[in-house]
Write a protein that binds this ligand. Structure first.
Ligand code: PEP
Ligand code: MG
Length: 569
């Protein structure tokens, strides 16, 4: 019997392969390294920075040509920018005074910069520390002359407490069977890349990874989170059946790409994709996305030294809108602040960042940031079908203010003689209980609602969305949450507006059935989730779904609802 360990399955699928431990240890190389004069070490560090930037540029160019490598291209481009960031260069020069060794100084400088990210509360920014250390290691390896590990014919399962994004991004999909992470972050770039490539992934394995050695054979179940180390032949055989089913499923999903998400009695739900960059659109369309339901524009603001100006933003939005080829592209205005501080915004540390200065609250106080963003979206709207979506709204007044500012942005554009679209829809994210309760009134002002369950669940249930110790309470089927969702959809309908959802709940196929029965018009999710949701909706009638919904709305407990849906669907 194989040793079995269990973590959290985050990307489903069965993977069979040989363990390749990521995170090469450089200690031995560093001991053997003989530094020269300070000038020579400085020159070596600078030459390595240039060389690695060039290598990354070449990789980006190569990856951009390949449809399914667009996401990696974006991440490698971010790495290139980190390598060329003057602050990294300056910190290396500073560290050289102390260490006198180019590779040591590079690693220390990257580590110091990474610690700044690590100290932030937000998961996303914490995960960027991994990227910075990865970049530092890559540059140090260049100076040390360390080669990347060789990969044989057998597919590998990448494994480490943290897998460096460059390792996974630099390997062709066909070579990676699965990913195992000790860390629990689902927003780590390694996980983002694995998700875009649909590579089975298990996270949160922690110390259990000690049971795994380089070269071990493993079976990874990305659904259950189970990892079998060196399975017996019998165990392998029992998984072969599952693998065959999985391959059949993948082929079936691919055949659904151009089919609508329509129930057996003709009720259609629009399935769209959530994106973080214009570079994600092509990939989303390959999964059959019918548009973009959420473009998280704060990604345009991140990974840079200063505020992107109107022109920079216009280019990013225009490209996304054009790539949508006439399909709707919903651009959310920046959802930054509090828990996601942008270093250049100098937002003071807060006691309760999730309840603090964030999203639309910043936008309304910082016209200097908000107006250029609104102008950029309105201008980009000329190139297709765009919508503006406002995050974290809690009352009617905020939305009215936003509408006034949109008018002001149009006036400015008129004065500047710049073309813009007059048919850009304007809606809000319903992600606070206050907004959900007020939807009968808000619906008179907005063009649409998009329900952001990631936040709506945390604010309704008073459960921090990132706190693992209370994650058992974080359930989108909680009756209180379901009532707020139902109310939002009904309010939209009664006022002739459309309602969608862009929180993670939309990617849960069982939830999709309930939402369709409630009358939702659109569901937006990470692109690889689209086929599973579509398949579920195409195989049920709206009448049956409404019966299930009626049963669910009589239930008193979220866990009971979840279990009931798993049984009947
Ligand atoms: C949400 O809150 O559901 C949402 C989609 O926004 P984010 O996850 O970016 O907060
Ligand atoms: Mg949110």
């Amino acid at each position: 019997m194989a040793v079995t360990i269990r973590g959290k399955g985050v990307i489903s699928g069965i993977a069979v392969g040989k363990i390749m431990l990521a995170g090469q240890n450089l200690d031995g190389y560093l001991v053997d390294y003989k530094p020269e004069s300070l000038e020579a070490e400085t020159a070596k560090a600078e030459a390595a920075l240039t060389a690695v930037a060039d290598i990354l540029s070449e990789s980006v160019e190569r990856m951009q040509k390949n449809e399914d490598q667009k996401e990696q291209a974006a991440i490698m481009e971010a790495h290139r920018m980190m390598v060329q960031d003057p602050s990294l260069h300056d910190s290396i020069i500073e560290q050289l005074q102390e260490t006198k060794s180019a590779p040591q100084a590079i690693l220390k400088a990257a580590d110091a910069n990474a610690s700044i990210f690590e100290a932030m509360d937000d998961e996303y920014f914490k995960a960027r520390a991994v990227d910075l250390r990865d970049v530092g290691k890559r540059v140090a390896k260049y100076v040390l002359g360390v080669k990347e590990p060789e990969i044989g014919d057998e597919k590998v399962v990448l494994c480490g407490q943290e897998v460096e994004p460059s390792v996974i991004a630099g390997m062709p999909t066909e070579q990676i069977a699965g990913v195992l992470l000790g860390a629990g972050s689902t927003t780590a770039h390694a996980v983002i890349i694995a998700k875009a490539r649909a590579i089975p992934t298990v996270v949160g394995l922690g110390d259990k990874l000690e049971a795994i050695a380089d070269g071990d054979h493993v079976i990874v179940d990305g659904e259950t989170g189970e990892v079998l180390i060196n399975p017996s032949e019998a165990e392998q055989a029992s998984y072969n059946e599952k693998i065959k089913k999985q391959q059949e499923m993948a082929a079936y999903y691919a055949s659904l790409k151009d089919l609508p998400a329509v129930t057996t009695d003709g009720v259609k739900t629009e399935l769209c994709a959530n994106i973080g960059s214009h570079m994600d659109v092509d990939n989303a369309l390959t999964y059959g996305a019918e548009g973009v339901g959420l473009f998280r524009s704060e990604f345009v603001f991140m990974g840079r030294e200063d505020i992107p100006n109107e022109e920079d933003q216009f280019k990013a939005y225009k490209e996304a809108i054009e790539k949508c080829q006439g399909r709707l592209c919903v651009i959310r205005t920046m959802d930054i602040g509090g828990d996601k501080p942008l270093p250049y915004l100098n937002i003071p540390k807060e006691e309760n960042p999730f309840l603090g200065y964030r999203a639309v609250r910043i936008s309304l106080q910082r016209k200097d940031l908000f107006l250029p963003q609104l102008k950029a979206i309105l201008r980009a709207g000329v190139y297709g079908k765009a919508a503006i979506m406002v995050p974290m709204v809690i009352n009617v007044a905020e939305f009215k203010k936003v509408k006034e500012l949109i008018e002001e942005a149009k006036l400015e554009l008129n004065h500047e003689d710049k073309k813009y679209s007059d048919s850009v829809q304007v809606g809000i994210m319903v992600e606070t209980p206050a907004a959900a309760v007020m939807t009968p009134i808000l619906a008179k002002y907005v063009d649409f609602f998009s329900i952001g369950t990631n936040d709506l669940v945390q604010y309704t249930l008073a459960v921090d969305r990132g706190n693992a110790s209370i994650s058992y309470l974080y359930n989108h089927f909680n009756p209180a949450v379901l009532r707020l969702i139902q109310r939002t959809i009904t309010s939209a309908k009664e006022n002739g507006k459309w309602a969608g959802m862009c929180g993670e709940m939309a990617s849960d196929p069982n939830a999709a059935v309930l939402l369709m029965a409630m009358g939702i018009n659109e569901l937006s999710m990470s692109a690889p989730s689209i086929p599973r949701v579509k398949e579920k909706l195409r195989n049920i009638s709206s009448i049956k779904a409404k019966e299930i919904l009626a049963d669910v709305m009589k239930m008193e407990d979220g866990d009971e609802i979840k279990a009931y849906l798993s049984k009947v669907l």
